[in-house]
Design a binder for this molecule. Structure first.
Ligand code: PRP
Length: 208
């Protein structure tokens, strides 16, 4: 039995498309309604969870495979997994964003950055040798500069619409993000054949 956790929402829909192209029967996923996990005929259990929680499931050894954004992997302190495939879905970028002239306003003081991703933000500014203060938010991060609790934000940008509609712009691109297939190191020992068969089929599906 292969246990797989998939980020709920957009990634779930796109991954369902990859599963279908890979030859799996996805009707149970399409018909799942409010069910949070399903059992497939191919001996797989698929759990639909919040992206952040995939790392917890991996750490606790509850799943063999996670389908999760690179943003979550980069932010997490858990590293006992292998990244096996770039699924080339959920593509977006990590960006520093604010009002165009924000830097001028922070020349003589420490910048405050609002973000859902404090580890990535710290790393980004450490590399620039800039000492900043972080305000951790869990969503609607773009409000930071608007309500003046931060000078700028570090967040994911996909279409750029949220920034634009809130009067902000990209100041600097940090890195590209996409959805990855990761496997628990423990499972790679105990279910190596099952995992590699699954990965090979998915790889075929991505190429279709
Ligand atoms: C994400 C991200 C941005 C938005 C970017 O938020 O945090 O707010 O999407 O997308 P865009 O560039 O296509 O506008 P999400 O929708 O996940 O909601 P959240 O604010 O609750 O995190």
């Amino acid at each position: 039995m292969l246990k797989i956790a998939v980020s709920k929402g957009r990634i779930e829909k796109e991954f369902c498309g990859i599963l279908e192209k890979s030859g799996y029967d996805v009707q149970p996923i399409k018909n799942k309604q409010r069910k949070l996990f399903i059992q497939t005929k191919d001996n797989m259990q698929i759990f639909f969870v919040k992206a952040d929680d995939i790392m917890t499931y991996l750490r606790l050894g509850m799943i063999d495979i996670g389908i999760v954004g690179k943003d979550i992997l980069l932010e997490s302190e858990f590293s006992n997994y292998q990244e096996l495939l770039d699924l080339k879905i959920g593509k977006c970028k990590f960006c520093l964003a604010s009002y165009a002239n924000y830097k001028n306003k922070t020349l003589n003081r420490q910048q405050v950055i609002a973000t859902k991703y404090p580890n990535i933000t710290k790393q980004f500014f450490n590399n620039k040798k800039e000492n900043i203060q972080i305000v951790k938010l869990n969503g609607s991060v773009e409000l930071g500069p608007i309500v003046k609790i931060s000078d700028a934000i570090v967040d994911i940008v996909e279409t750029g619409d949220t920034l634009k509609e809130n009067g902000l712009e990209v100041i600097e691109e940090i890195c590209d993000i996409s959805t990855r297939l990761v496997a628990n190191n423990k499972s790679l020992n105990s279910k190596n054949k099952e995992i590699s068969d699954f990965v090979n089929k998915i790889e075929g599906g991505i190429k279709c």
